[in-house]
Design a binder for this molecule. Structure first.
Ligand code: NCD
Length: 307
């Protein structure tokens, strides 16, 4: 719809807009009470056709913290999708009941279609193995707080780089910053899709390397972004079982890592980071969870045009 700004892909936000969101997110973090009534009377709808803990609840927490209200569903089976309703019709309906919509869907492109039929802004809260822009905003706020900059960082991505939508979105975002270097660590079968390599890394001249060996590249990383093997995207369970424990980060594997490394993970974690790593000050993944709420508050305000 015209005059309604949605967020489907992270690159729809300019780097200046990302800086502003990070700035507002940081201000909210230091004085949440100042924002407690910014969205009084506004309603957020969360339409989740796929499981979620952090993304859905952080969106809801964000809207409630702004004084707004929330409604929605957390599984397709409890919506009219179970009766065969199209995404377009569902969103046409829900946009009559709400001021902004966050949607997660197993099909790539579903939130984009939704945004074309909605009367209100639609936020992509994860579409299949494609994109997840609000996790990326969360990751960027984390990086900003952990490292104090976006430039000149060597970022290692480890695990399921094929189906990991958070990986695709964060690589797109980081490709715009000066001095970014990307290190891709995955099993052969779970390598970064060639469209991301071609359209993002090569197109922007980002230096990158691909390897299967995490320990070998560890010393050069400023950020290590661990990911879960995305079981729900596999065609057969056997392949999942064979690949699921390809990488397990343990304290000893960090012996040659930088002292100021930041370890990020969008969560949920399965086996890929041992709980023994949680005590390491470089483990930033639970701090990252916290940032998700504040950056979503900033985003909701922005898309609703609230200062
Ligand atoms: C991620 C997702 O849903 O893509 N989780 C999240 O939103 N924090 C990562 C994952 O499920 O592995």
């Amino acid at each position: 719809m015209e005059n309604v700004r949605s967020l489907i892909d992270i690159l729809e936000l300019s780097t200046e807009e990302i800086d502003q969101l990070v700035d507002v997110g940081t201000k909210i973090l230091s004085d949440p009470a100042a924002y407690a009534h910014k969205c009084d009377g506004k309603i957020l709808a969360t339409l989740f056709f796929e499981p979620s803990t952090r993304t859905r609840l952080s969106f809801e927490s964000a809207m409630l913290s702004l004084g707004g209200q929330v409604l929605g569903f957390s599984e397709a089976s409890s919506s009219s999708a179970a009766k065969g309703e199209s995404v377009a019709d569902t969103v046409r309906t829900v946009s009559c009941y709400s001021d902004i919509i966050a949607m997660r869907h197993p099909k790539e492109g579903a939130p984009l279609v939704a945004s074309q039929h909605s009367l209100v802004p639609v936020i992509n809260a994860g579409d299949g193995g494609h994109n997840h822009p609000t996790q990326t905003l969360t990751d960027l706020l984390t990086i900003h707080h952990e490292k104090g900059r976006f430039e000149n960082l060597t970022v290692g991505f480890c695990g399921d780089l094929k189906f990991g939508r958070t990986v695709h979105s964060l690589i797109s975002a980081m490709s715009r910053y000066k001095g970014t270097k990307i290190v891709l660590v995955s099993p052969e079968e779970l390598k970064l899709p060639s469209y991301v390599k071609k359209e993002v890394l090569k197109k922007n001249g980002i230096p990158y390397e691909q390897t299967t060996d995490l320990e070998e590249v560890m010393p050069k990383l400023d950020i290590l972004y661990m990911t879960r093997v995305q079981r729900e995207r596999f065609f057969n369970e056997e392949d999942y079982l064979r690949l699921k424990d390809s990488y397990i980060l343990t304290p000893d594997k960090l012996h040659n890592a930088k002292e100021d490394l930041s370890i990020l993970h969008p969560l949920p974690r399965v086996n890929e980071i041992s709980v023994a790593v949680d005590k390491d000050p470089r483990a930033a993944y639970f701090r990252q969870v916290r940032y998700g709420r504040y950056i979503r508050m900033a985003l909701i305000m922005k898309l609703l045009g609230i200062e």
